[in-house]
Design a protein around this ligand. Sequence first.
Ligand code: HAS
Length: 568
Amino acid sequence: MELYKENIATPGFSISRSLKNVILIELLMPVTLLILGIYHGLMQTIYRSGAIHEPSVAHLDYYQGLTLHGVINAIVLTTFFAVAFGHATISFYLKREPNKKLAWLSMILMVAGTLMASYTILAGKASVLYTFYPPLKAAPGFYIGLALLIVGSWIPLFNWSAMYMRWRKENPDTKTPLAVLATLVNFILWFTCTLAVAYEVLVLLLPWSLNLTHDVNVTLARTLFWFFGHALVYFWLLPAYIMYYTILPKVAGGKLYSDLAGRIAFFILLILSVPVGVHHQFSDPSISQNNKFFSSVITFGVAVPSFITAFTIAASLEYAGKQRGSKGLFGWMKRLPYLDHNNYLFAYLIVGLIIFIFGGLTGIVNASYQLNSVVHNTAWLPGHFHMTVAGPVFLAIIGMSLYLVSKLYGKKIFMPKVNVIVPYVWMIGLFMFSTGLMWGGLIGEPRRTNMGMTYTNPDSSLYHAQWIPTTLLTLIGGIMMTVSAVLYFIVFFGTIFSKRTAVPVLEFPVSEAYHDERRIPFFESFKPWLIIMVILILIAYVPTIIEVLNNTGPGAPAFTPNNPMPAN
Ligand code: HAS
């Protein structure tokens, strides 16, 4: 244990006040909004369990709440965090800072966009869920807000790339640090996939929302959304993967088994994350079986980097366990510092990994073209994605936000013993929550439905008694997750409002590589991977878009989520 404490972090980087403030605002704003996001998550489980039979509570209706939940938790929190963590990581590893004016501009655009979109949702003018599929229509402010958030999050890529190229010139023989390579991969991916959603928002949805066009091509909009949507999930995941490769082995007390494996995993994610998008449209008309089959096959390919990660990180953890004196094949699992409150990052990261085993396996079920037809649009889906985005992604984000805030303010963690149990309480709740949803999904329980109004209301002619145990299990899980989140908020804000005890510094625990691996130029350069990425995107999407344009029926008028008749 002592050995670990001495080695926890490499010397810090003395960050400028300006960059520190940008990072802190990008962490504090989404974590504060998360209070609203978590509340509406709990409300979902209450509505669906039939505990209430109302369309709204506290003047916020079910779909408004679901939109707030999805937009805040899955879009705002993740995007702000990726930018803040990117600034911190790149500055720390390259020992230099990005252009501060650009960093501020990016942050201001993101904050303005978030406030605008949040206002339209709270005003009841944008109950379109986080996927904002037409024909659900939002007020223009929602689309403009989203566009500002996206444009704001593009700026760091250009800012960091310029900085990276200068570093590269000055250090031609040094290997790009894995965390820097992965951050750049993530934002290249983000820039590429958001081009389609920017087109969808600015060319299809905004003019429609401004009543400049009467109807909208729904299939085209969905196809553009899913060009973006699956890469989006890896944009969420990659910061967590960066922590698994570069931080977890160190805080476990060991070394990273293979740095090269990490590079390979990140580059495969770069080339495959966008082309697989059609797997969200297996049930959509207009797209042919051939394109759907291609998407199914490459979706199995996109699981490969996660298998690489599973084996590399398991080997790194095994090494750490052995360093701590473990014996036998699985003895290392018992020796890891699960409840060491001084080393809480380990708890946040390992719990996310354990959850991801199940999130990943359920993803592979979804990817199978045949099995997908059983689970598509059922409660199984939120069961799957909460074990990914609300598992490894969420825990890595909140654990690292707390870590960065405490380091950058120079404050000690408030209630450290409570802090270290937060991820475990979350995991137990999440497993109950997701099991309830997946069990329900397999017996036909729909997703995105206020079931308390009908299916779980004994007074309704649509009452389905078989969904009572599934939704109750989901509710109990949801309550436990909320308890865990409340404990987290107490620790997070308690830390911020406590007295400063140390000099503010930007530092991370850094995992050393176990092997001195041979350098392979193919895995050190972005160029070949970018070319492969473009080719695969063209193969996957040119035929798909042609089919969508040729096979689309008449455009759709606007609808609201509560009414099967067009809104106007
Ligand atoms: Fe997914 C739908 C397929 C990963 C998120 N996904 C969704 C939706 C979301 C989402 C939000 O093919 C719903 C969208 C909507 O609203 O409609 N998904 C996959 C596949 C993967 C996958 C194949 N998804 C993710 C990740 C997400 C995410 C990551 C968020 C971050 N997903 C689908 C499909 C659909 C879908 C279809 C559409 C379904 C439909 O019909 O609509 C793969 O990337 C998964 C690979 C992962 C693994 C797991 C590796 C395990 C690891 C842990 C190792 C543990 C260790 C610890 C080392 C193979 C790395 C050991 C230590 C001890 C102490 C035990």
